[in-house]
Design a protein around this ligand. Structure first.
Ligand SMILES: [Zn+2]
Length: 318
């Protein structure tokens, strides 16, 4: 029944492949299309974290309309974005999307995802990483580490597209689950369904016992270049219970070094609340002597000071 209705919309000239982008144009958001994903700076970042999204952390699947900010965790179906951007009630946003055929696009996308139609040429295996190389010194230099640091952490580089390739592996076996592709403008998970909240970046390359938990895998590389070789990344501020349990399996204590912004601080408060008395000692990175947002922006000396001054749960100010 709905399908017939959708055809009706197509028949009156709705741009079928461009429903989502057409809607974004109408809302007035700037974006870049990359395959079936649309990228842009997160439009709700400032409202949620107090700071604008410097790198485009936000993507929308142009088929399904689902959106996600990997930095602040703002995510949901397209209708929620419409509601927030146009500041209208949910029911009105549903109407707005429905009038543009968006709901039908979601249904079509889900119907397409039958196992028989899975494209096996894009399956993830170790050989797929053979296309990528050690990151060049120029790209590494901008992030204050050396190619060797990247190599030791398993981070690779896509020369053709100028992108970091960050492998995501099973915590127990090291089996490749997929990877993240990113540069200043783009970010994408391959495959998009990869359950990175069930693992940690850095788990297969760390040395020593001074565990430091950060949000971004590239900050694990930065920590290594500053002499801290047991950095772990949770792939964002939304640290999961599974990730904390993995840390507890490997370490007695951990310095939590999530970003120095609203979502990072809120996550620290939550971890302190949930993880006190569970067999893992938590300390928190001291950002008080730096303006940096994360360890990736800090000098070696700033990192050393912030680590040495890391404070206990008891002294936490959040
Ligand atoms: Zn955001």
């Amino acid at each position: 029944m709905r399908r017939a209705q959708a055809k009706g919309w197509d028949a009156v000239g709705m741009p079928t492949p461009g429903n989502v982008t057409a809607a974004l144009d109408e809302i007035g958001l700037d974006y870049k299309v990359m395959g079936d994903e649309i990228h842009m700076p997160c439009p709700m970042h400032e409202a949620r974290t107090g700071k604008p999204d410097k790198h485009p952390s936000f993507s929308i699947n142009s088929d399904a309309g689902y959106f996600n900010c990997f930095s602040c965790g703002y995510r949901g179906p397209f209708v929620v974005l419409v509601k927030d951007m146009l500041e209208i009630p949910h029911a009105d946003a549903v109407m707005w999307v429905r009038q543009r055929g968006g709901i039908e696009k979601v249904k079509k996308f889900l119907a397409k995802k039958q196992p028989s139609q899975v494209d096996t040429s894009k399956q993830i295996n170790e050989a797929s990483l053979a296309l990528y190389v050690t990151p060049p010194i120029e790209a590494c230099g901008k992030r204050m580490f050396l190619p060797q640091d990247a190599e030791e952490c398993g981070v690779l580089w896509d020369t053709k597209r100028g992108m970091w390739i960050i492998p995501v592996r099973c915590p127990d076996t090291g089996t490749l689950w997929g990877w993240q592709e990113k540069n200043e403008r783009y970010f994408r998970n391959r495959p998009p369904s990869m359950t990175k909240s069930q693992t940690l970046f850095g788990l297969h390359s760390y040395e020593g016992d001074l565990a430091i938990l950060v949000e971004s895998p590239l900050d694990v590389v930065r920590l290594r270049s500053a002499g801290y070789t047991a950095g772990l990344a949770a792939f964002g501020a939304g640290v999961s219970d599974a990730q904390m349990r993995i840390i507890r399996d490997h370490f007695d204590s951990v310095i939590i070094a999530l970003d120095n912004d609203k979502s990072g601080t809120e996550a620290c408060a939550r971890l302190r609340e949930e993880w006190t008395g569970r067999g893992l000692t938590l300390r928190f990175l001291d950002y008080s002597l730096t303006d940096a947002k994360d360890p990736g922006e800090m000098s070696d000396q700033e990192i050393t000071d912030a680590v040495n001054n890391a404070y206990s749960s008891v002294l936490a100010r959040f």
